[in-house]
Design a protein around this ligand. Structure first.
Ligand code: SF4
Ligand code: SF4
Length: 63
């Protein structure tokens, strides 16, 4: 599993990027994106997001 950014709410502020210990977050075409391969599910990005738009994505399983 990985965390996911709700693209409808993300304002591309970049606050989550500096918080991620494994550099899994990067600017996408419209909003910031979390790399499923890199994310280690630490949840650090969730608390810093001013829009509260990052959450675990239960449909994004690696299995
Ligand atoms: S949950 Fe942790 S590893 Fe995953 S994107 Fe957020 S800060 Fe990075
Ligand atoms: S902190 Fe939230 S609003 Fe800001 S870029 Fe990250 S996901 Fe988007």
């Amino acid at each position: 599993m990985a965390y996911k950014i709700d693209s409808a709410s993300c304002i591309s502020c970049g606050a989550c990027v500096v918080e991620c210990p494994v550099d899994a977050i990067s600017p996408g075409d419209d909003t910031y994106l979390i790399s499923v391969d890199k994310c280690v599910d630490c949840g650090e990005c969730v608390s810093v997001c001013p829009m509260d738009c990052i959450a675990p994505d239960e449909h994004n399983s690696e299995e």
